[in-house]
Write a protein that binds this ligand. Sequence first.
Ligand code: DX5
Ligand code: ZN
Length: 218
Amino acid sequence: MAAKMAPSLLSADFSRLRDEVKRIEEHGAAWVHLDIMDGHFVPSITIGPPVVKALRPHTALFMDAHLMVSDAEKQIGPFVEAGADLLTVQAEATAHLDRVLRKIKDQGIKAGVALNPATPPEVLEYVWPLLDLVLVMSVNPGAGGQKFIPAVLPKIKAVAAQIKARGLSVELEVDGGVNRDNAREIIEAGATVLVAGSAVFKAENGMAMIREVSSYGR
Ligand code: DX5
Ligand code: ZN
C-alpha cells in the first residue's frame, strides 16, 4: 500500500494560502492537513471555518481538519459546512468521545481520533466502529517544526496491528516532526498517511518530498 502525504498548511505562507494549496496539489499531495488551534487546548490560535470555506472552491484535495480545540463538539457543524472531508478530534479534549464521533458521522463526513504522545491507544477500544482514521501525534500538539518523538513508534505499530486484527479499513496518520529521514521508518511501522509541515514548506526542495514519500511502500 502506498502512503499518502498530507502537507500541513501550518508551515505555509499564510498570506497566500490559496497558492500554497495549489502548489502542494501540483506536487502530488493527496490530502491537505489543516491544523485548527483554539488558544485553549493548545496556546496558539490558527485558522477556523471561514478560512477552510474560502479555500474549498480552489482545491480538489481531501481536506483533513485536525481539531486541537477544547470544545470540538461545538465546532463540528461549522467545519462540515465549510467543506472539511474529515474531522479529527483529540481524545484528551473530550469526555464524550463516542458522542462527538457519532455527531461527525451523522453529518456524513469522515471521523478521526488523535492521540497525544502520552495517550495510550486503549482509549479507542470502544469506538473502533465509528473511526475512519487514527492520528498518532509524534510531537506534543501546538506548533510546527518540533522533533519527532521516537517513543511513539511502538504505538504506531500497536495501532496498525489493531486495525489489521479487526479487519478494518482505517487510515493511520502520523503527525509531527516527519521528514525525509524518518518517513520510511514511519511507513514501515504502519502509517498510511504522513503529515509534514516544515519538511514540505520550509526545507530545501521540500515540495519534492511529497512525490518521494507517496511512492514509498508501493
Ligand atoms: C502540531 C500539528 C502538526 C504540525 C506538523 O501541533 O498538529 O500538524 O503542523 O508540523 P511539522 O511537520 O513541522 O512537525
Ligand atoms: Zn496536525
